[in-house]
Design a protein around this ligand. Sequence first.
Ligand code: BGC
Length: 548
Amino acid sequence: MPAHSDASTLATREWWRSAVIYQIYPRSFSDANGDGIGDLPGILEHLDYVHALGVDAIWLSPFFRSPQADSGYDISDFRDVDELFGSLSDFDCLLTRAHELELRVVVDLVPNHTSSAHPWFRAALSSAPGSVERARYQFRDGRGEAGSTPPNNWQSLFSGPAWTRLVGSDGVAEQWYLHLFDSSQPDLNWDNPDVRVEFESILRFWLDRGVDGFRVDVARGLVKAPGLPDYPIEFQSTAGGGADGSRSPLFDQPGVHEIYRRWRQIVEEYDGDRILVAEAHVEPPARLARYVRPDEMHQAFNFEYLSAPYSAAAIRRVIDRSLTAYGDVGAPATWVLNNHDDVRHLTRLATGQDGRIDIALGLRRAKTTTAVMLALPGTAYIYQGEELGLPEHLAIPAAARRDPTFARSAGELLGRDGCRVPLPWLPNIPSYGFSPTGTSWLPQPPEWSELSVQRQADNPVSTLSFYRTAIAARRDHGLGHGALRWNSATGPEVLDFSVGEVRVIANLGTRPIARPHGAVVLSTALGEEDPGHVPPDSALWIIENSTS
Ligand code: BGC
């Protein structure tokens, strides 16, 4: 097992306050063994690419043993690597190499539910109602005379009811179990001490192996309101409370915080400044900030930033609210525009005034919002492929879709496959070099040759070069740290702020705006610049009082 001491050479304490963290979705990054599904050796092969981006850390989405009903977020063994992705020793090699490259490694922890193939759930199925085995999950009798109505009205986030009824081997229907996601992802009962002990042990298993932290999946959901009361269906997926002022009984219950306090103590027993990151869709930011109080997690994904519309006023409001809320509890803000669950930001921003998708417009806007993000104080997350300017793949045929959301909603919700399409590494060959056999678990669009890493790597005006330049300039100019000062903007559709010596001007409007004198350290419109102006849908980083 690699000693964690090799990580002690990594950057200074509290690296996570200003880091750039690159999310790798292992299924779709690179396939080394040729089965059409990405794997850990595939990541190892391309770790130099990640290093060359200039990021500080990688976050790996789940690679644990799993039937893959929800692409690995359905875990049957939390302490092993699924053979699809390799082995524990492949993981150790990846971790060692990452640390040699001074890249920290954050792994996903999925504590809200297990897979229905987990030994605990199997044991629960073959045990009686009221047994110790069932007490680890949320089993309940149904309502109505024959118990044929679900215990409450909760809905799965993947569509349909959040309860499934068991049918015994004799064909007789009996209890129901809760699953906030797919029926193959039964929710654990966090009031049960076995569950707490087990997850503390899982944390230690990976900390002992040397990981630098955990991204905690569904962090708002572990504890449910006592009695599992009904709740208006229309409010159930909202991040805050309902419009009637009530708070959701499914999420953000006060009891979650003591779990994270305990985990913080465990993480702090280890050297190397390791972190906990909350995936918690909770609003407003002041409420989310409760997850990152000094004795809880280190940071939380800022989904409000991800979902902000393309409007200077809206983005400025999110920035201010976030800096205030996290600042109040002494935590860094985080900034994120993409992940494996959301439509890629290029496509989200690509809708022109006529309502049509305009990919060139989307790319300009995507780079503009990225230039803003990478200048902000705090930690920034990048999701694999955004550095290539990948759009969402909107044309995946129904038969090829894998996200359970698609099937559960009978195709009404397209699901998340479109942002999970395997990366193009090389132009003009099957699977664009993703797999040595030319296969790919999701189809890739026919026009991705131009977006491949090889095509972009040496092109100074490519999206990839833009990301590399931006991340390097962020480091060179101390961005990610410090305080943000708003300058009086030249127009309502302009974001104009300074951090340290860098002034950031982003023009989200439709007319060019005059630009101040200074040395340009980053431009989203490289090759198409106008020396006197900031064009629409573009951004600049400038050092003022300089001659060029
Ligand atoms: C993850 C999803 C996953 C869900 C259930 C989420 O928040 O990001 O990809 O489907 O949790 O584990």
